[in-house]
Design a protein around this ligand. Sequence first.
Ligand code: SF4
Length: 360
Amino acid sequence: MRGLYIHIPFCRQKCLYCAFYRVIPANLSRIEEFLRVLDVELSGARPLRFDTIYVGGGTPNILKGRLLEMFMDIIHRHVKLSDDYEWTVEMNPELVDIDSLEIMRTYGVNRVSLGVQSIYDVELRRFGRLHRKDTVIRKLELIRKLGFANVSIDLIFGSPWKSVDMWRRELEEVASWEVEHISTYHLTIEEGTPFHSMGVRNPDDETMEKMYMIRDEVLSRYGFERYEISNYAMRGFESRHNMIYWMHEEYRGFGPSAHSFVKPNIRYTNVADLDLYIEDFEGTREYEYLTEEQLLLERIFLGIRTRRGVRVGDIDISGLEEFVDVRDGVVRLTARGVLLADRIALEIFERVRGSRGPRS
Ligand code: SF4
């Protein structure tokens, strides 16, 4: 499996919690200038064949009309897809419109990831989002009408404006929309974001733990399965693109700030600066050659997040029984382990390393 990621770095506004690389474009010619460089960069994707495309950002559906056609045409000219491909485009609800959806369908987009984040208008305002709940309902209808049969909704929990009860009601309501996939992200207050300087805080540990636990309880009643720490899907609708990351498969990223992983051990990252990217995307790339130990650490950190788990062989898990199961050499997190995933991953890594003995 091989995935292609494209970063569209433009947004109409900056959400107050966001730490992604994005800019507000001064005008349409700035977007066009970016697309021309992306065209050159993507020509380097040939002759590879990809199983998935994920267009993220930023706000990919800021592209409209001629610019959207230009973008889609660039992908068509440079990217070869397997027959059974998955092609996702992230969308902000307020920018969803019939013409753009039609263009995307025509070019072969078959999955929509909608950045809903909250069904509470008060919270959406606090987040600095431009849409409201009624916008989401209308746009979801439109997306279905245009024939998209694979829709994912992003939600955020862990803000000071959403109680445990509100979170439960939100999950119930979104599950009743009959979408195929729901991503539930724990709000992280990252340095450099307005939320960080405003002193916004997550609720206490006990409340957060309840919020984590409620997800399984509510969403499983509607037929969703948790297949990764933050992600739930109806059977057969797991995000194939994200599974590529978690399973440590190969992916190539294009656009500013995009990452790539090329087997066996090369990672490279595009510069997170639109001007520098446009000026010289190749010369500003950073390359890293991962050691055996770094690869092992990544494989455990990523793989343990998934229901499939990660193959580590026979290791001693004494003291960790509450947090992990090991069967046939594959380690998986228990419901309690999910709450401490990173710490557990590090512990498993140390034990695997210990079991391999000193390096000569
Ligand atoms: S729309 Fe998405 S990428 Fe843009 S600022 Fe908001 S969260 Fe960040």
